[in-house]
Write a protein that binds this ligand. Structure first.
Ligand SMILES: [Zn+2]
Length: 365
């Protein structure tokens, strides 16, 4: 058993080693998929799955880390805290738990949000054979989001734009995702990324005997220091929305940084948590996102713009690059004992509440 903080890591390679060790200790079944690209130090990169729990369990919980690369330090620490703690695992003795470790291992190792092609995986789970959103309005801000140089005038320009057009409109055009500029931020891609294809194929094999599946995708970047935002895309009053309100004691939010999400127009779908009906058509599914905050959102957005600029137009070997990478990490990972403990306590409660909620659905039938 590991103490809470030491389940978290400082590099992708360290995190993977801890995950595999903890999964082996828990006698989990491990399945790994290696991607072609390597990390900045030549590290091999993998999407790893570990599964525990009875094969004939009626319910499954899938816990995802690293959909947004660098955000994985949080979710992976939570995963290792469960796998390495027999008392935690005992809470789920009747449930299949699937740990998806490093959804975007490239972005994680390189300390960035997107993958090797600058694709935001959480905009990529789209059925490209059907009509899909591209968010043409992104062209209003694409120059702001990818300036020629990244300096204080770049962030001032964003501030002025937000002041003029309002936060809700900024969220809509800049942050919901786009398929206009492959070098821009939150680019959703025009075809499925390697990770999307790999996960889409693998995931059903781990839950084939389960009736119900709840996927929890762990993110960081919103909610304030160690704050938690539980977000989902189900309509208010729908069965799954009511279930989440019930399970999570009405702590589900529809507000992000003072903006009511109903004011944000999502033209783009493509999040893994909203694609479950396509991924697992034979299951009853629920998908939810948990966001743990570190610093204020405005600073985080600047750091994402800076990092995106660095990969598109900057010099990865420069001192500025080091500073940008450190800032990205500081915005998306609260690397202190206090932050880790708070995040772990919340996620432990949330995952256990999920298992209880799913269990109650069995007995009702
Ligand atoms: Zn995220």
């Amino acid at each position: 058993m590991t103490d809470i903080s030491s389940a978290f890591s400082d590099t992708y390679a360290e995190a993977r080693e801890k995950f595999i060790a903890a999964a082996n200790e828990a006698q989990a079944t491990i399945t790994s998929y290696e991607q072609a690209e390597k990390g900045p130090n030549g590290e091999r990169l993998f999407i790893d799955f570990a599964t525990v729990g009875p094969d004939d369990a009626e319910n499954a919980i899938i816990i995802v880390s690293g959909t947004h690369g660098v955000e994985a330090f949080c979710g992976a620490g939570i995963q290792v805290n469960i796998l390495s703690n027999p008392d935690e695992l005992a809470k789920y003795a009747d449930t299949k738990i699937v740990f998806l470790h490093g959804h975007n291992p490239y972005g994680w190792a390189w300390l960035r949000r997107g993958n090797q092609d600058n694709i935001d995986l959480n905009r990529n789970y789209v059925d490209f054979s059907r009509r899909f959103g591209s968010n043409e309005a992104y062209s209003e801000v694409h120059k702001l989001m990818l300036p020629d140089d990244f300096d204080v005038s770049a962030t001032n320009a964003i501030d002025s734009w937000v002041e003029e057009h309002g936060q809700a409109h900024f969220f809509t055009v800049a942050l919901t995702g786009q398929r206009i500029d492959p070098n821009g931020i939150f680019y959703g891609g025009l075809e499925h990324a390697w990770a999307t294809k790999t996960v889409s194929k693998a995931l059903p094999t781990f839950v084939k005997n389960q009736k119900r599946v709840c996927l929890i995708d762990v993110h960081t970047g919103m909610g304030g220091y160690a704050g938690a935002l539980i977000l989902h895309a189900y309509e208010p009053g729908s069965t799954n929305s009511d279930r989440f309100n019930d399970w999570y004691e009405d702590k589900v939010t529809n507000e992000m940084e003072g903006v009511d999400t109903s004011e944000i127009e999502y033209d783009n779908s493509g999040a893994i948590a909203t694609a479950l009906d396509d991924l697992l058509p034979d299951h009853e599914t629920l998908g939810v996102v948990i966001e743990y905050g570190v610093v204020d959102l405005r600073r985080t957005i600047d750091s994402l713009v800076a990092d995106n600029w660095l990969h598109a137009k900057g010099d990865l070997g420069s001192d500025q690059a080091k500073a940008i990478k450190q800032e990205n990490l500081d915005c998306l990972y609260g690397n202190t004992d206090d932050w880790k403990r708070k995040v772990w306590e919340h996620s432990s409660w949330m995952i256990e509440s999920t298992a209880k909620g799913l269990r109650a659905l069995c007995t009702k039938e």
